[in-house]
Design a protein around this ligand. Structure first.
Ligand SMILES: C[S@@+](CC[C@H](N)C(=O)[O-])C[C@H]1O[C@@H](n2cnc3c(N)ncnc32)[C@H](O)[C@@H]1O
Length: 292
């Protein structure tokens, strides 16, 4: 019978995925193999001549076939990295994107400029990645994170526990601000951060197969022009913000001007800024509430 070492398998899986047009085939092969073997990626190289047992070969075979069919690697291995932290994910939540790390970073920077305990709201928390990154990097944050999907919230709860942040992040289930009763829960917030669904109808139809076929529509689609959730947040946000508090939103690459306009028209904000991501696309809109 043919023997398979880690090194030989890595090369074979990489080529198999590459031939089927899968992005980052080497990284994907490493992630799948390390998941099946319970090894860190680096250990695949320090144990490169280790022989793989038949049951592990069978498990890998199933995963590689699913990956070749465009199923996201993060769902296959049940986790991904966000802000250098491991996050559990499943098909019940969006896979956090590297672009969203910029939103988390700006949130942390804003909070670090302020004194004392800071009350933060993470709307549309999904797997909880933004709330967890903020809480881990800013110990004075007290966070309320909400989502309309109870399945996503179950994953967020496990991520919060995994990073030992149960004392500082409270999860609430419901539509945007609905589950938050301002005076009862925290008073008002110093920062509201949100990466909402923002894909328009036309864009949704054109999404890559690995997104459209596997990630929750609820996490992506936001009406005809993709602006539904921004409109609903901006309509209500005033009563949840302290006078000098900030709102930070992730946006789609073509939505900067539209979201800027919505914020301007609300009459609630000053210092409205659009920031680009590392692909030079508009990605974050931030604004500060006018002191009244
Ligand atoms: C784009 S995902 C973002 C998830 C996570 N914050 C991230 O950055 O990876 C949007 C999330 O919004 C949630 N969502 C959709 N509509 C909502 C609503 N009306 N109220 C609250 N959450 C909603 C979805 O369930 C999904 O988890």
């Amino acid at each position: 019978m043919e023997t398979w070492t880690i090194n030989k398998l890595l090369n074979w899986v990489t080529q198999y995925l590459k031939d089927r047009g899968i992005e980052s085939p080497r990284l994907s092969a490493e992630l799948l193999l390390s998941s099946v073997l319970g090894l860190k990626r680096i250990e695949l190289y320090t144990h490169h001549d280790m022989q793989i047992a038949k049951p592990d070969l069978d498990k890998l075979h199933v995963l590689v076939k699913r990956a070749a069919n465009n199923e996201p690697i993060a769902y296959l291995v049940g986790k991904t990295e966000f802000y250098s932290m491991e996050m559990e994910v499943s098909q019940d939540c969006l896979i956090p994107r590297p672009e969203t790390e910029l939103l988390a970073q700006r949130a942390i920077e804003f909070l670090r400029m302020r004194d004392g305990i800071q009350h933060v709201c993470d709307l549309c928390t999904g797997c909880g990645c933004i709330a967890v990154a903020v809480a881990k990097n800013f110990p004075q944050a007290r966070i309320i994170a909400t989502d309309i999907s109870d399945q996503a919230l179950a994953i967020a709860a496990r991520n919060i526990e995994r990073h030992n942040l149960q004392e500082r992040i409270k999860l609430l289930s419901g539509d945007l601000f609905d589950p938050i009763i301002p005076q009862l829960d925290t008073g008002k917030f110093d920062l509201i951060v949100c990466n909402p669904p923002y894909v328009s109808a036309v864009e949704y139809d054109k999404l890559d197969k690995n997104v459209k076929d596997y990630e929750p529509r609820l996490a992506l689609f936001a009406g005809e022009d993709g602006l539904d959730i921004y409109k609903r947040i901006i309509e209500k946000v005033d009563m949840f913000l302290k006078p000098d508090a900030a709102l930070m939103l992730e946006i789609g690459y073509a939505q900067g001007q539209a979201v800027h306009k919505l914020l301007e028209l609300s009459g609630v904000f000053t210092e409205i800024k659009i920031e680009k991501d590392f692909h030079n696309n508009d990605r974050i809109v931030s604004a500060v509430k006018i002191k009244s």
